[in-house]
Design a protein. Structure first.
Length: 633
């Protein structure tokens, strides 16, 4: 009775709203009704279809015989589905699934109702799957990849012939088992591989992945990549079988090693000029303090001696930094407990020399105790790699990079979300305001040897190497980027101990002396040298203003009348000494300028000579005083 209350108009609306196509035909194949979904599917309207007999305009000519045969079987009572090919009005072909049904009306007429589903997306997906399967079969046959399956209940293993050939063995070289494979893995790599497999079986990881060296039949070591997942479980969910692939990645690893060496050489080369600059600054400070000791008019001698001792310690640290990056690749170095905040502070001067003056570097690492188990030299290389990548992403003449560090306490839910164990962690962030990356590029950024840099530009290592180091240290790496705005890379490392501390900052400027014969502004980023020049020039009767950066120097020039500006050329700021001198001369055309330099290239010297005099560090104070006393200094 309920069905009798549904009007024909309501039924017509229901048919029109169905997502699949619906067609009603009589025994001769004439269309009595077609719904909107079918009309949209084939591009024909009611005027093209209603009342028209076979063949219909949407029949693909090459498939007309199959369509006629399917309709004939339906007339004879068959209701099985048919995979057919229809033609759209624009001549494109549409794969469809037609499911017929037979209905007898009260008037004794037999009608045929067909439901039609568009299979275009399904067919495309199946095509991709078939293509992938053919590719896998080809790779397995070619020996580029092998498959394996390990049955946990009875410790059996099955492998393909290519499993052996990928590892440099003839097929069937040994009876497959986890133990037989493990004893051929390099002793330094098997521990990580075992931990990865244990995490998979215990359920703390969804996949197994291990890059390791394996001994070949000739006794050599070859790099291989093994991946696996749980494929069978018991009724209670316990894994009973693990399957996966093994792939020869020796060529890729050798290329990565070459990139490591190339990258280290670039660091050493770029540091050479910076080290020369820093050492000349230090030598200048030592020379000046020795002059103070030799000068009978000097004040207490203990302060210069203390100053020299501190400078010598810094010189020793700089030497250690240079040697650290010049030594051979330390791939097999032992992990140790490292205070990450202390290590990051030691890296700051190295990073500043890598960036140069056009990029402003902010180094925000609070003093706090946080020990992490890792290979120190690899950590240093990875952090500097991220800094270099950030530098290469900045195309403008000026840019900003921010390096930060902080100790965090991570809860269980947050830890599982980002793939790291709960507890104390240390986060190292490198942020730039460079070109940024699209979502598609971010998705591929960790692929081996993938790079967005034009050929011949930039030498920072790929993020795949960063991820390998971080994964090996039990941590994780996150990447966030927006095109046109910049990129932030964050490394999170599990800490073995951590305690919050305090950081402090201080500033020290030598006050101007009284009774001066002229006013001199000294601009240099080396505090010891700045202090020394302030003392010596004040002793000679000059009123001395001191600035530790070009911007501070410009501010002082706007507030004071200055006779001579003495400035370093190379400083780790967005403005260098030459840019400072140009701005100063624009505002003060009669200002005399003397450039100091511990290291400057030919272009810098040429530009400096157009603005003032140049004096090379280390220099005797008498030489500087002579320049200051020249009428055109």
């Amino acid at each position: 009775m309920a069905a009798n209350r549904i009007s024909e108009s309501v039924l017509a609306q229901l048919v029109e709203s169905v997502a699949d196509g619906i067609v009603v035909l009589d025994r001769e194949g004439t269309h009595l009704l077609v719904n909107r979904a079918f009309r949209d599917m084939i591009g024909f309207d009611n005027d093209d279809l209603i009342g028209e007999g076979v063949p219909h305009p949407y029949w693909a000519p090459e498939n007309a015989g199959a369509i006629e045969s399917a309709f004939a079987r339906t007339v004879q009572g068959s209701t099985g589905p048919h995979q057919l090919l229809f033609r759209h009005r624009d001549e494109t072909r549409i794969p469809v699934l037609v499911t017929p049904a037979v209905v007898d009306t009260d008037g004794g007429e037999r009608l045929f109702i067909a439901t039609i589903r568009d299979r275009t997306k399904e067919v495309a997906t199946l095509g991709r799957i078939d293509e992938a399967n053919r590719l896998i079969e080809t790779m397995i046959e070619a020996g580029a990849i092998g498959w394996w399956m390990w049955y946990l209940t009875d410790n059996r293993a099955s492998v393909s012939d290519s499993f052996f050939t990928v590892l440099g063995y003839p097929p069937g070289a040994w009876k497959p088992s986890y133990e037989a494979w493990a004893k051929r893995v390099h002793p330094n790599d098997i521990g990580k591989a075992d931990r990865g497999m244990k995490s998979l079986i215990e359920g703390t990881s969804e996949t197994f992945e291990s890059e390791h060296r394996i001994r070949t039949a000739e006794g050599e070591w070859r790099w291989a990549l093994a991946r696996g997942v749980v494929v069978e479980r018991s009724a209670d969910g316990t894994p009973t079988a693990v399957a996966g692939t093994v792939q020869d990645i020796d060529r890729v690893k050798r290329q990565e090693e070459k990139l490591h060496q190339f990258y280290k050489m670039e660091i050493v080369g770029q540091m050479a000029g910076g080290i020369a600059h820093d050492f000349n600054n230090l030598l200048m400070a030592l020379s000046g303090n020795l002059e103070l000791l030799e000068d009978d008019g000097a004040a207490e001698s203990t302060r210069p001696v203390e100053e020299m001792r501190a400078i010598l310690e810094r010189a020793s640290d700089l030497t250690g930094s240079l040697l650290r990056y010049a030594r051979d690749n330390a791939a097999d170095s032992e992990a140790e407990s490292v205070s990450i905040p202390d290590e990051l502070r030691e890296l700051e001067p190295v990073a500043r020399r890598l960036l140069g003056p056009r990029i402003e570097l902010e180094w925000n690492v609070p003093e706090e105790e946080c020990l992490v188990e890792l290979v120190r030299s690899e950590f240093d290389r990875i952090v500097l790699n991220l800094v270099v990548n950030a530098r290469d992403a900045i195309e403008e003449t000026k840019g900003r990079i921010r390096v930060s560090g902080r100790c965090l306490e991570l809860g269980g839910e947050d830890a599982r979300r980002i793939g790291i164990r709960a507890g104390a962690i240390y986060e190292v962030g490198v942020e730039d305001n460079g070109t940024g990356m699209s979502p598609e590029v971010v998705e591929r950024a960790f692929e081996p040897l993938f790079s967005t840099k034009p050929k011949g530009r930039g030498t920072g290592l790929g993020l795949s190497i960063v991820r390998k180091f971080v994964d090996g240290s039990g941590g994780t790496v996150r990447l966030r980027s927006t095109e046109g705005e910049g990129t932030t890379a964050a490394i999170l490392l599990p800490a073995i101990s951590a305690a919050r501390g305090r950081s402090s900052e201080s500033a020290d400027l030598t006050p101007p002396s009284e009774g001066a014969e002229g006013r001199v502004l000294v601009v240099d980023d080396e505090p010891a040298l700045l202090r020394l020049l302030g003392i010596r020039l004040a002793e000679e009767g000059y009123e001395v203003l001191q600035a530790s950066s070009p911007r501070q120097g410009l501010a002082m020039l706007s507030e004071h009348d200055v006779d001579v500006m003495v400035t370093d050329i190379v400083m780790p700021h967005t403005l260098d000494g030459i840019a400072l001198a140009r701005r100063a001369r624009e505002a003060h055309p009669d200002l005399a300028i003397v450039f100091m330099t511990g290291y400057a290239d030919d272009d810098q010297r040429r530009h400096a000579r157009t603005l003032g005099e140049i004096i090379d560090k280390p220099f005797p104070m008498a030489d500087l005083l002579a320049l200051l006393q020249k009428g055109d200094a």
